[in-house]
Design a binder for this molecule. Structure first.
Ligand SMILES: Nc1nc2c(ncn2[C@@H]2O[C@H](COP(=O)(O)OP(=O)(O)OP(=O)(O)O)[C@@H](O)[C@H]2O)c(=O)[nH]1
Ligand SMILES: [Mg+2]
Length: 651
């Protein structure tokens, strides 16, 4: 349990929240501790000042009319404070060295000692020493009032009040004890930091209830008290009397009883002749004992409270350090556990990232290759079988030849376009399938859903133009190279041969009549005869070929040549492959990014935990150092010998 630092936390919590069981949040705790530490520091500063202060305060207490004022005067060897048979002293009188008041003897009556300032007349009023008795008799101050009496000291250095450069003592005469004055007494004791309480006991009277109550309370705060038992001379049964008194002292202050030889003195102040420097030896013995007790054992009166306070604070600090270290240990363990626990998940994530991204890339490549080959194969197939795609348009005769050729060509081109379209469709399906597959990659690891690629525009309008194929076929194209050379060398005469070559003689013969209808009978006859002649020259028999088939073949070949020259199959294969890969790369990239974000988030969290780990280690180290330092200090403070460790302070 905290000794110094705890009390205020409880109080603060009570006032702050109105209940005691307020949760102790570190955030709300810190300012309370800060506050408490600040006031502890202030207190330590006060204690330090007190320890380094050479002045001592002795207060003389006792029942009404016990002879307190007489003791004070006897110590001073002169009448300074008023003495009377009637109860007299009603306020505290502090007797100080006149040198503290520019060597002027006078009294300062002060309403409120907390604001007393010797140099500020607003805080007191002056009383000549000779009028002191009158003032003391008349003035009833309140709990804060005091009369500061500056008096020159007797030269005898055995007198208690002296200034030998080492210690500066002041003696306070106090009012007789009753319920009210006890309170006032402890209030003053708390404010003035009293070093020694001298209790004046009248041997002729028994201790009053107030006196007993006072002693009980005082011995709780100071283990040792100093007793002067007066009017002992007149007691006949001295042994019995002293036994009775010592027994009383033992009951209220056992420590004092243990050292009764030094701390209990049986002597009357009236035996001291005032205004005479000399005093009876036993009085002087008492004074020496009091001086020794006050000055010689300053450690006990001044150091002890500081020591106890310091030890308590250090014990508190060690406890706090221990608690905080334990907390840091716990945090360290939490952070380490969390880090360790998240490691397999993190490693798995990184591994799946690598695997899945590779898979996606491979899939992209594979789909590209696949559709490229598929497209290539299909287009090659269609281009190789153009002949069967040419359709079967009605033979229009020679004159409609061009239209006929165009019709065949168009049919073939349509077949081509259709096949290109089908390749695109197959690619689209393949891409859809692959894209869906990529989207499922990492589904069990990643929380972020996959973005769906928009495949509706994979082969959009823009691609229609790619499908279209324009191949112009001239009649001239229907003539083979070999034949063209013949035409060039043989002149027009070879035309019939060529034509017959192209369309076959059969068609030529069969269609002669139709030719005649358009070019004129005469001309037709001539063309026909000419051709016959030519044919007759070149061949023994007319081979009637299938003209339509020949046109199909020639057109198909022409288109095929065009396709080959342009490299159209590869172009299409590359185009669909590229499109497919581009579409799949979108999915792969999405996968990669989602993985990256997930890995990044996980890494960030791990870094955070690593940082927590470091912080906890740092905290642990710091609090270990703090505990070590507190322990070292404790040992240092502990060896300071203050004689009596249970002594505590009045303040
Ligand atoms: N015989 C005898 N008389 C004493 C002794 N001490 C004090 N007196 C007398 O007792 C009376 C009261 O003495 P004070 O010193 O005024 O007592 P006090 O304790 O200061 O009294 P209050 O301040 O009124 O409480 C005076 O008449 C003193 O002369 C003593 O040791 N022997
Ligand atoms: Mg008095």
């Amino acid at each position: 349990m905290l000794r110094v630092l705890q009390l205020d936390i409880k109080l603060n919590l009570m006032t702050a929240s109105g209940r005691t069981a307020a949760p102790l949040e570190p955030g709300s705790l810190a300012p309370l501790f800060e506050d408490r530490l600040a006031s502890a520091l202030r207190h330590l500063t006060n204690l330090y000042e007190r320890v380094s202060d050479t002045s001592f305060k002795v207060i003389v207490a006792g029942d009404v009319n016990a002879g307190k004022s007489s003791v004070v005067n006897a110590l001073l060897r002169r009448t300074v404070v008023p003495v009377d048979q009637q109860p007299l002293t009603s306020t505290f009188l502090e007797v100080l060295d006149a040198r503290l008041n520019d060597n002027i003897e006078e009294a300062h009556a002060c309403e409120d000692r907390r604001i007393y300032d010797r140099l500020n007349e607003a805080t007191f009023w002056r009383i000549p020493l000779r009028d002191l008795e009158e003032t003391v008799a008349e003035w009833t101050g309140d709990e804060h009032s005091i009369i500061k009496v500056y008096a020159r000291q007797a030269d005898d250095d055995s007198a208690l009040v002296h200034n030998d450069g080492v210690a500066n003592l002041s003696v306070i005469d106090s009012p007789g004890l009753n319920t009210d004055s006890i309170k006032t007494f402890f209030l003053l004791a708390r404010q003035e930091e009293i070093d020694v309480v001298v209790f004046v006991l009248n041997a002729e009277n028994t201790l009053t209830l107030s006196g007993r109550e006072f002693l009980e309370q005082a011995s709780k705060e100071k283990a040792h008290l100093f007793f002067i038992v007066n009017r002992f001379e007149g007691i006949r049964a001295k042994d019995r009397c002293s036994r009775r008194i010592l027994e009383q002292i033992r009951e209220v202050s056992p420590k004092t009883y243990d050292e009764a030889r030094d701390l209990v003195h049986w002597i009357s102040p009236t035996r001291v002749r005032l205004h005479d420097d000399d005093a009876p030896d036993d009085w002087k013995d008492m004074e020496r004992a009091l001086r020794n007790f006050t000055l010689g054992r300053r450690a006990r009166t001044k150091l002890e409270p500081a020591k106890i306070y310091l030890l308590n604070i250090l014990a508190d600090l060690r406890l706090l350090a221990r608690m905080n270290r334990r907390d840091a240990d716990q945090r360290l363990k939490q952070a380490s556990d969390a880090l360790e626990a998240s490691r397999p998940g993190y490693e798995k994530l990184v591994e799946s990232q690598r695997d899945d991204c590779t898979t996606a890339d491979k899939e992209t490549e594979a789909v590209g290759d696949h559709v490229r080959q598929l497209t290539r194969r299909r287009l090659r197939t269609v281009s190789e079988s153009f002949e069967i795609h040419g359709g079967d348009p009605a033979w229009p005769g020679f004159t409609g030849m061009l239209g006929y050729v165009d019709a065949i060509r168009d049919a073939m081109l349509r077949a081509w376009e259709h096949e290109v379209g089908k390749c695109e469709q197959a690619t689209l399906e393949r891409v859809q399938h692959a894209s869906a597959r990529i989207a499922t990659l990492g589904a069990d690891t990643l929380t972020e859903p996959a973005r769906t690629a928009d495949l509706s525009r994979l082969f959009s309008k823009h691609h229609e133009q790619h499908r279209q194929l324009n191949v112009r076929i001239e009649l001239w194209d229907l003539v083979e190279i070999r034949e063209r050379i013949g035409i060039a060398t043989a002149g027009l005469g070879s035309v019939a041969m060529i034509i017959s070559n192209v369309f076959g003689y059969k068609s030529l013969l069969l269609n002669a009549a139709q030719v005649g209808s358009t070019v004129g009978l005469q001309g037709a006859k001539r063309w026909f005869l000419f051709s016959i002649t030519l044919a007759g020259v070149g061949a023994a028999a007319f081979v009637i070929g299938d003209m339509q088939y020949a046109v199909h073949r020639k057109v198909a070949r022409k288109i095929r040549e065009h396709i080959r020259e342009v490299g159209l199959i590869d172009q299409h294969a590359d185009r669909v492959a590229k499109r497919a890969q581009a579409a799949l790369r979108f999915s792969a990239q999405d996968l990669r990014e989602r993985y990256q974000r997930a890995v990044e988030a996980e890494r960030h969290q791990r870094e955070q935990r690593a940082q927590d780990q470091l912080d906890a280690k740092e905290r642990r180290r710091w609090f270990r150092d703090m505990a070590r330092r507190a322990k070292e200090l404790q040992e240092l403070v502990d060896v300071v010998d203050c004689d009596d460790r249970k002594v505590s302070t009045l303040s």
